[in-house]
Write a protein that binds this ligand. Structure first.
Ligand code: PBG
Ligand code: ZN
Length: 337
């Protein structure tokens, strides 16, 4: 890197680095010099909506995050909207599960009904993203269809397309397949187009790592696999080039936005994706990342707001255009202060 400090024409006290440090004492100049910014418009707020409950329940491993009943969906979205956030991602927790995940694509399923209500009440004022997967809806808890004790890729991507079309019918703007099945983006794109939903966008969970950081989510969504694990379809977290290949596949299959998940341990992947593609990049800061911060904050060992701000800005600095975070509401409040 070129170094302009080596010349003898600087006296010690006029080194540009030294001057910058002095200038930064002035908040106005600090603002000018800040390279990375975070806005409420960058944030996507997750919502867990559960079928068949009367009141909301706090998720034990995710303090302050709730599973809410349908009757609270409008007030929850209103709260999010009033904070200036303009995007939500909806996760459904159904009361009925079976082997082929039929409640995932039922037209009166929990996500479908939620989308219809939100759309009716908010029109186009808030972007609705839906998580498209089977794990919450199957008795075995895997993200795809299981045949002979194995996740069957080809029948899974047909089901995933059905789920996506049912979400689009209910008013979702963006469907986000998280099952990590091969060809899921292509299958969903074809399904949407055939049903006339050519404007519904796809956010691919492209580089989704097989991470222990999803544990609190599985608590929340009651979606742990009954046997085996997700390592056959989620990514080995040691492989950055393979992650870039997964992203490439998703782009070639028609993804409109790509996602990297989790966020904080994978800033290098976000950075690399930014160099390799011009598509918008979403980072998903997952349940375990939230739980780590919350647990330490609850012990009084760290300052939650400060750590949250540092982590979210670091995710943006790495190259994320948007961030899914369980701290969306809290961060929005802080940004609005
Ligand atoms: C469903 C899904 C998961 C997450 C998002 N969608 C869980 C999983 O793959 O086991 C994880 C989100 C989080 O941990 O916050 N496939
Ligand atoms: Zn899944």
């Amino acid at each position: 890197m070129k170094n302009n400090y080596g010349g003898s024409h600087y006296s010690n006290s006029s080194f540009p680095t030294v001057r910058l440090r002095r200038l930064r004492r002035n908040a106005a100049i600090r603002g000018l010099l800040q390279e990375t910014h975070l806005s409420v418009k960058d944030l996507i707020c997750p919502i867990f909506i559960q079928e068949g409950i009367e009141r909301s329940h706090v998720i034990e491993s995710m303090p302050e995050i709730h599973r809410i009943p349908l009757s609270e969906i409008i007030s929850e979205v209103q709260t999010i909207f009033d904070l200036g956030i303009r995007a939500i991602i909806v996760f459904g927790i159904p009361s009925y599960k079976d082997d082929n995940a039929s409640s995932a694509f039922h037209k009166n399923g929990i996500v479908q009904v939620s989308c219809k209500l939100i759309r009716k009440h908010f029109g186009d004022k808030i972007a609705i993203i839906t998580d498209v997967c089977l794990c919450q809806y199957t008795t075995h808890g895997h993200c795809g269809v299981v045949l002979n004790k194995k996740v069957d890729n080809d029948s899974s991507i047909i089901s995933l397309a059905r789920v996506a079309v049912s979400h689009a019918e209910a008013g979702a703007d963006i469907v986000a397949p998280s099952a990590m099945m091969d060809g899921q983006i292509k299958s969903i794109r074809e399904g949407l187009d055939k049903s006339g939903f050519t404007d519904t966008a796809i956010m691919g969970y492209s580089a989704k790592q097989a991470s222990p950081l999803y544990e609190p989510f599985r608590d929340a969504a009651n979606s742990s696999p009954e046997f085996g694990d997700r390592k056959t379809y989620q990514m080995p977290f040691t492989n950055a080039r393979e992650a870039m290949r997964e992203i490439e596949f998703d782009i070639n299959e028609g993804a409109d936005i790509i996602m990297i998940k989790p966020a904080i341990p994978y800033l290098d992947l976000i950075y690399q994706a930014k160099q390799n593609t011009n598509l918008p990049i979403c980072a998903y800061s997952v349940s375990g990342e939230y739980a780590l911060i919350r647990a330490a904050a609850d012990e009084g060992w760290i300052n939650e707001n400060a750590v949250m701000t540092e982590f979210l800005l670091a995710i943006k600095r790495a190259g994320a255009d948007m961030i899914i975070t369980y701290q969306a509401k809290k961060m929005a409040k802080l940004l609005n202060e």
